[in-house]
Design a protein around this ligand. Structure first.
Ligand SMILES: CC(C)(COP(=O)(O)OP(=O)(O)OC[C@H]1O[C@@H](n2cnc3c(N)ncnc32)[C@H](O)[C@@H]1OP(=O)(O)O)[C@@H](O)C(=O)NCCC(=O)NCCS
Length: 149
């Protein structure tokens, strides 16, 4: 793991982290309450939909989380994708994001996957600088269509 200004440990998310995951999900722009987050984490684990890692401080307080998934699509080789990455507003610029990204990349390598992809809203300038600095390059810009069913 890279050197950081605060002591950071990366571990798998526990069900007991549900409230912290929910609080940080709101900071990401996706509000969810603790019960919803607990159910989603159980689904991720039960269905093996990738992995969820948390970064914690020396007191095991959650500083950030990432959810990484593997994707198999007909038109291209399997790849991994960051379904979410967020660091607590009070903990940013300390290398927490980098540590979580390294955990996601490590998980992908363990699955035999050679490529990690992230889709990031065009308004997230700071996150884009972060990914560029971490060795990612911009592939394309997309438009997302959605229909409520
Ligand atoms: C993008 C995000 C995850 C980055 O997390 P982070 O913990 O701040 O990331 P890092 O600390 O690893 O790197 C970011 C900054 O810290 C600095 N930094 C990185 N490692 C460092 C270290 N060891 N020591 C000192 N500074 C460091 C970098 O220069 C960088 O600066 P800048 O981004 O202000 O230019 C975080 O900003 C975030 O949660 N944003 C809101 C949600 C979001 O946009 N998520 C991405 C969705 S696609």
């Amino acid at each position: 793991m890279s050197q950081t200004r605060v002591t950071i440990r990366i571990r798998l998310a526990h069900v007991s982290d549900a409230n912290a995951l929910a609080v940080l999900s709101a900071q990401l722009g996706y509000p969810a309450d603790e019960d919803v987050m607990r159910a989603r984490l159980a689904c991720v684990r039960g269905e093996r939909i990738g992995e969820v890692f948390v970064a914690v401080d020396s007191q095991d307080h959650v500083l950030g989380w990432t959810h990484v998934v593997s994707r198999v699509q007909l038109e291209e080789a399997p790849f991994a994708e960051l379904a979410g990455l967020v660091v607590d507003e009070s903990a940013r610029s300390n290398g927490v994001g980098r540590a979580l990204l390294e955990a996601a990349e490590g998980w992908a390598r363990e699955q035999g996957i050679a490529c990690l992809r992230v889709r990031s809203n065009v308004v997230r300038d700071r996150a884009h600088r972060f990914y560029l600095r971490e060795g990612y390059s911009e592939r394309k810009r997309q438009v997302v269509f959605i229909k409520t069913l």
